[in-house]
Ligand binder design. Sequence first.
Ligand SMILES: [Mn+2]
Length: 314
Amino acid sequence: MSTVFVFGHQNPDNDAIMSSVVLAQLLNQLNYNGDTYEARCLGPLPAESAKLLADNGVDKPRLLKGIKAPAGNKAPQRVVLTDHNEAGQSVEGLENAEIAGIVDHHRFGGLTTAAPLHIVALPWGSSCTIVTWLFDILGVEPTETQAKLLLSAMMTDTLMLKSPTTTEVDRAIAAELGAKLGVDPVKFGMEVFLSRPSGSFTPEQMVGNDIKLFEVGGKKLLIGQYETVDKSRALGMIPEIRKAMGAYMKKKGADGIVLCITDIMEEGSQVLLEGDTAAAQKGLKIEDVAEGVWCPGVLSRKKQVAAPIIAAAE
Ligand SMILES: [Mn+2]
């Protein structure tokens, strides 16, 4: 038996945190494979995750800085990835680890493994929807705290079930969790959103808070998303945000960067581009204009931003 690290992607969002924390708990409850599972994270917790964990007396996952090559003839560190599967979005030194499992709801981006592994990949609205479903098929009833943590991430990841990534399964499972907790899922989700200190975000935080690296047509493209319930503050800071985008792109050695300022209430995104974003312009059918372009109905980075950009580059 060994200790297996369970973690979500870099720049973790609430789904990355909660899927890893609750999945690690579930696997420990089952004594799965006789191993011990330890939730970790690859960056600072989003404010809503930190608050939910503290309010419910659950330990914060510890930061995982990287994975080193195993010394001598020691076995490599085993890991379970949640809410991601692409090396560019994962821990530094992932190639030194043995991937024991993946629980994810994203496209697969070029992963190869040395050993057979567990993969649970379903095109649902959040990784936490999949984790909730795993409780069901493994015959474990989630505790109230687990139900709360899972529902919170289902709501943040699907933007209160409004994102086009939302499926009937998400609606049904959210309703079940809501009934168990005696809450309306959407109202509960709104409370989680409002626990974010959005009024204090700096341009750097808006850019780096939730950003992922994609290989698009042989180039490195960063796609970030800043979700807010009122975009007006961000729109008043466009020049500063663009400057922060350029700096972030340089720091990460990327060729281009896309930032979606997503207004959950108005249900759309202001899209800003910096650097080499030819594929993004083609895929999104927009131009690189100073103030950005308002894209009504665009709520999902995965489905409405990353997917058409990747398709346009092929
Ligand atoms: Mn997710």
